[in-house]
Ligand binder design. Structure first.
Ligand SMILES: *Cc1c(COP(=O)(O)O)cnc(C)c1O
Length: 502
């Protein structure tokens, strides 16, 4: 290789090779950015969701591409075959599951993080300080002590698993990590509400403790864990020789947004020397709103909290987080038992221990902190709190409209931002109403106007509107009800006719 060429790009490089190629790439890149900004700006003009045509689905079953292709062609495919067929959570009419709406600022931060390509497992670089900044802000928001540790994870499913593993270490000591749970003579039992997210049971499975050892405590009329039943169950289990080690409270159930009595659970957990973990997947960030924060009283007493920045705080997927009051316990659960983090360098690139990899199962980790940092810096905590309040105000508006409409029935009290209801014209049976409402939900989703989901409430099939998107307005709530009533009327007539003909 000549000296002249040795300054040039490597033949193996994936980057454009010449200034002219860079210029063309840059132009294409700007076009791609503009397309996504256009998507966000004009999102209302699109259907929320549309069924995927077979041809589009099948176009993703091609053989491994061996030869290079044009970036512009891949982007065209994205625009034609990917962008129109996403689930629609960016759209203001999306009211399906507990999904965040994302934001333009978060999108840009994702691009910057992609360019930087930082690996946040460890070592001494400023991206890790950005993650630690978020840990400090979370401590401040939740009134946790300075000794509390935190780490980004994919989502609350993993964050709840981390909380469960910390609770396991607390009761069984670090030996459980080498000897395994089978070596212990203690039979550990955990407690959560019957309305808790299924990942709480999964955490018992993955931690080797077993789902059977999770007691699902029934809920009261407000959807909160019944604390009399909890206390009675703890007594029975203790008498039978079990060791209660973990109580998981929920701050915002997925079905109806109910918040457990966290203060009372904290006290019960303390009496039994059990770890008090809160699944606050979406609800915990209601702390951003001074109006809603009092509803989360007791969160500050938790031993650990799992939550997601990607839900109510609108950070693009994924950005889950766990905070653990006792940072030492957290380290004891994940760092090497030889505490190698204490022996790492104090200077050079390998300084700055403990690292994020000492607080969770991941070694290679992306820069989730950056999009979270941008979201907080650009919008500010107050504005994000107002977004959360706005969702709750929309839920109240929806509730009022349901109560004021004779053909509609509210199926659970509106605690935060989730509303469950059904279409129930006079004189129809429960069985008929279940089938009818099932059809209404599908018709609404296929219409592309609004996209609610469904759940079961008090034994009834319920239409569930989960209001998380910052773009949603009363216009979308009206569209939901008008379309639900229109489809309900139409489907009730045709379903009744089907029945007569059958
Ligand atoms: C969304 C959610 C989860 C799961 O969180 P992921 O981020 O999807 O892993 C757990 N619990 C509750 C209450 C949730 O809303």
């Amino acid at each position: 290789m000549s000296n002249k060429n040795s300054n040039n790009a490597s033949a193996a490089s994936l980057d454009p090779a010449t200034p002219a190629e860079w210029a063309a790439f840059r132009q294409q890149a700007h076009g791609m950015l503009d397309d996504m900004l256009g998507y966000l700006q004009d999102i209302r003009e699109r259907p929320v969701w549309q069924p995927i045509p077979d041809a589009v689905r099948n176009s993703f079953r091609e053989p491994l591409p061996r030869a290079p292709g044009e970036l512009s062609e891949a982007h065209d495919t994205f625009m034609d075959s990917i962008l129109p067929y996403s689930i629609g959570n960016v759209h203001p009419g999306f009211m399906g599951w507990v999904h965040g709406g994302g934001s333009a600022v978060g999108m840009l931060a994702e691009m910057l993080a992609g360019g930087l390509n930082a690996n946040l497992g460890g070592r001494d670089h400023i991206p890790i300080e950005v993650e630690r900044q978020i840990v400090r802000w979370v401590r401040e928001l939740f009134s946790f002590p300075e000794t509390a540790s935190g780490v980004f994870v994919t989502g609350s499913s993993t964050a709840n698993l981390i909380g469960t593993l910390c609770a396991r270490t607390r009761k069984l000591g670090t030996d459980v990590r080498t000897a395994g749970v089978a070596a212990s003579t203690q039979r550990l039992t955990a407690y959560t509400s019957a309305r808790a997210h299924s990942c709480v049971a999964q955490a018992m499975d993955l931690s080797g403790l077993g789902k059977d050892m999770l007691r699902m405590i029934p809920t009261d009329a407000q959807g909160r864990m019944d604390l009399n039943v909890l206390t009675a169950q703890l007594k029975v289990d203790s008498e039978r020789g079990f060791t209660p080690f973990l109580i998981v409270g929920t701050a915002g159930t997925v079905d109806a947004g109910a918040i457990d009595d966290l203060t009372a659970i904290a006290q019960i957990a303390r009496q039994h020397d059990a770890h008090f973990h809160v699944d606050g997947a979406f609800g915990a960030l209601a702390m951003l709103s001074p109006v809603l924060a009092p509803r989360l009283k007791g969160l500050e007493l938790a031993d650990s909290v799992a939550f997601d920045f990607h839900k109510w705080m609108q950070v693009p997927y994924d950005a889950g987080f766990v905070i653990v009051r006792d940072g030492e316990l957290h380290l004891d659960t994940f760092a090497t038992q030889q505490k190698t983090y204490l022996k790492r360098d104090v200077r050079g690139m390998a300084a700055g221990s403990p690292w994020p990899c000492d607080f969770g199962p991941d070694l290679s980790r992306g820069f989730r902190a950056l999009k979270t940092w941008f979201t907080l810096k650009v919008y500010g905590a107050d504005k994000l709190g107002q977004v959360i309040e706005h969702s709750c105000a929309l839920a109240q508006y929806l509730q009022e409209r349901i109560v004021g409409t004779p053909e509609l029935q509210l199926l659970s009290p509106v605690a935060l931002n989730i509303v469950c209801f059904r279409y129930l014209p006079a004189g129809v049976s429960d069985e008929f109403a279940d089938r009818l409402n099932q059809e209404i939900v599908i018709a609404l989703q296929e219409s592309g106007i609004v996209a609610p989901s469904s759940t079961t409430m008090g034994g009834h099939f319920a239409i569930r509107a989960a209001l998380f998107n910052h773009r949603t307005t009363t216009q979308d709530i009206d569209a939901l009800l008008n379309a639900a009533l229109a489809f309900g009327k139409e489907l009730a007539a045709s379903t009744a006719t089907d029945k007569e003909q059958a």
